[in-house]
Ligand binder design. Structure first.
Ligand code: ZN
Length: 162
């Protein structure tokens, strides 16, 4: 059954992260950007449809090509600097270069891809992009209508920039 704001009681509505950096940091740790508890991935790069802990919808993300771009940017600079440093300071034979740099590039890319994708999803969540904002507004509205005896409740705090 698809999750809707009507089926989830207000107690389980996810709290908004305090800052964009909080959401990005939670994503970097491969955790739900809303609560920081539930897992963000159900596979190596497959994002869960909704958080198992707080129910926040995650299927809105459109990370697309940004995570590989960021990974290539980081790994390219690290490995490029390493190659240039090794070439200028040491006289390694060619086979040593061939043994080190492609393997290091592959390992770094595999290690960084999931956390970077998590951070991108966290950023999109914090910015309310691609339906994240509409889903949060629906949950907030459902929360306000379920506690209508609390007139004059505070406005939900807006995300602040880090
Ligand atoms: Zn969550």
């Amino acid at each position: 059954m698809p999750w809707t704001s009507e089926t989830v009681p207000s107690e389980t509505a996810p709290a908004e992260p305090q800052t964009r950096m909080t959401a990005i940091r939670r994503g970097l740790a491969c955790r739900c950007p809303a609560c920081g508890e539930g897992r963000l991935f159900r596979g190596f790069l497959k994002v869960v449809d909704s958080c198992e802990a707080c129910g926040a919808e995650m299927h809105h993300h459109r990370a697309d090509d940004l995570p590989p771009y960021v990974v290539i940017f980081i790994v390219g600079h690290l490995v490029g600097y390493g190659i240039l440093t090794a070439e200028t300071r040491f006289e390694w034979p060619l086979w040593v270069h061939l043994a080190i740099w492609p393997a290091l590039t592959l390992v770094l890319c595999l290690l960084l891809m999931q956390p970077i994708k998590g951070a991108v999803v966290g950023l999109q969540y914090a910015l309310g992009m691609h339906g994240f904002g509409a889903a949060r507004a629906r949950m907030t509205t459902a929360e306000e209508t379920t506690c209508d005896g609390d007139a004059g409740a505070d406005e939900p705090s807006r995300l602040r920039g880090a």
